[in-house]
Design a protein around this ligand. Structure first.
Ligand code: SF4
Length: 509
């Protein structure tokens, strides 16, 4: 699918229009007009912009070159500030062009986008910003409707989530002087077809695992020393990956011992989570280790309760194993268990989801994260897309509604959400929890209110400036070989960045 842009040559418009076109079409390319006679587009978008002293008029015409049908949308706005600088003026024009473009595409395809032309990953951040500025609720909601064309249903979901987060973490806006820690363990028993995480099949790789853990212990010690020296507290710690329970019980034991020895006041950390995502990695010995170190929030992820689906996506464990391991964890004293489901896995429709929800009802985990399948560029599933048959947009939406109704009926509340590119039906991933059992780390990572230091393979650090809120990122390498060769360098770089970020904090001696 090719869309050519006419009437305007500002390259800054290509990306936002491309993101909007991607909501409607698979593999679509938006480009500026070219002179190459052989490249006939499927659509043209003609943009007219008329700027007057106090007003500007935008007109967008989408023409289907095959049917000859054209849809035109116009918008007339008043400059809020006649002395608007160029950057702000461009933002306003871009918004109006985006709005008109979205409307023409909705006419052409019949698809209504409930998130409007918002294409960002973290919609709730927009609402938090308004809450922090003290904007009354109705005005904030109206802004989201006007500025992005978000539908009431999605705004209500955002509102519910923001309220839940502030109830769970009342000092959410004041945690800038603390940090959270993410620890990435890049190994899994096998690689799932939809996965793009750093996850390397662990079997036969003991040498690599040993060196990796050596590097990780080093990073924990160095960063721990720095935190102690600066007197900075840790809000939450999260072990992800990969599957952090794919290493042995002894290795886990040494790692958590290192955490207690290296990090400041671990007993005061609000939450420590270990993803035990793959049930085939959970053993009674590992559960004992988790208990010994007072880690009582884990994830056991079924994704689906249909065996053929698990086989099709490369998860080499059985449905029974998920259920058995859930009860094993429960009996060993795990009080906060999260389970993930994915809507729209290959071959799945409402029937399979209904079955998964019925099975979930028998377990009633404290939290349930409902993902919508996304075709990530680097996954096996995307590379061989034609081999995987997935539900259409209408069915995916129906499944999302089913899951949402089910959570309400069973006493769960939504507490975080994020969107992804190439997600089926342009929907979202939503974390639900029994009130009071929400994961604080998930709130911190989504709302970007504090620095998260990433240690280990594939761990990316997000530095949030305590005063300005400016975000800088830093990524550790994704593959164990590069990590093992360079972990000292990556640790030094991070500490340098932390020094700069927290330079105004007094040193505690
Ligand atoms: S268990 Fe998770 S991290 Fe591991 S391969 Fe599957 S999706 Fe990726």
């Amino acid at each position: 699918m090719k869309i050519t842009l006419l009437g305007i040559d500002d390259e800054r418009l290509i990306r936002p229009l491309q993101l909007i076109a991607d909501l409607f079409f698979e593999e679509c390319e938006v480009r500026l007009t070219t002179n190459e006679a052989d490249e006939v587009p499927d659509y043209t978008i003609k943009i007219d912009l008329n700027q007057k002293l106090t007003k500007f008029l935008v007109s967008v015409s989408l023409r289907n070159l095959c049917t000859g049908i054209t849809y035109t949308e116009t918008s007339q706005r008043t400059w809020p500030n006649p002395d608007e600088n160029e950057k702000e003026a461009f933002k306003l024009i871009k918004r109006e062009i985006s709005r008109c473009f979205l409307l023409t595409l909705q006419h052409e395809t019949g698809i209504i986008q409930k998130w409007g032309f918002l294409t960002g990953i973290r919609p709730t951040k927009l609402l938090h910003k308004e809450v922090q500025m003290g904007t009354p609720k109705e005005i904030a909601h109206q802004k989201l409707k006007d500025e992005y064309m978000i539908h009431t249903e999605k705004i209500d979901l955002m509102q519910q989530i923001v309220e839940r987060q502030l109830e769970m973490v009342p000092d959410l806006y004041d945690l800038k002087n603390e940090v959270s820690i993410y620890i990435g363990i890049p190994f899994c028993p096998t690689k799932c077809a939809y996965c793009t995480f750093p996850a390397f099949a662990i079997n036969g790789k003991q040498g690599k695992v040993d060196s990796f853990l050596g590097g990780l212990h080093y990073e924990m010690r160095k960063v721990g020393e720095w935190l102690k020296e600066k007197g900075i507290c840790i809000t939450t710690i999260y072990y992800g990956g990969g599957t952090p329970t794919s290493i042995t019980a002894e290795e886990m034991d040494l790692l958590y011992e290192e955490m207690y020895n290296s990090f400041p006041s671990v007993e005061k950390v609000r939450e420590i989570t270990v993803e035990a995502g793959r049930p085939d990695t959970i053993t009674p010995e590992k559960l004992e280790v988790l208990k010994k170190w007072k880690i009582d929030r884990i994830s056991i992820n079924p994704q689906s309760y249909t065996q053929e689906t698990l086989k099709a996506i490369g998860r080499h464990h059985t449905v029974e194993e998920t259920i058995d391991k859930f009860w094993l964890a429960r009996k060993s004293g795990m009080k906060n268990i999260n389970m993930d489901l994915i809507i729209g896995l290959p071959g799945e429709g409402t029937e399979e989801l209904s079955h998964s929800l019925t099975e979930t009802e028998k377990l009633m985990p404290e939290s349930l994260t409902v993902h919508t399948l996304s075709f990530k560029r680097a996954s096996e599933m995307t590379r061989h897309k034609n081999r995987y048959k997935v539900a259409d947009r209408a069915e995916v939406e129906k499944m999302m509604d089913m899951a949402s109704c089910w959570t309400i009926e069973h006493g769960y509340v939504p507490y975080y959400l994020y969107r992804q590119k190439n997600i089926l039906g342009n929907l979202e991933n939503v974390g639900y929890a029994s009130p009071g059992q929400e994961s604080i780390y998930n709130i911190m990572i989504m709302e970007e209110m504090q620095t998260i230091i990433g240690l280990g393979c594939g761990a990316s650090s997000k530095f949030v400036h305590p005063q300005t809120g400016k975000i800088t990122r830093f990524a550790n390498p994704k593959d164990p070989k590069s990590y093992n060769e360079g972990y000292q360098h990556y640790t030094e770089e991070k500490i340098k960045m932390l020094d700069e970020l927290f330079s105004e904090m007094p040193v505690i001696k």
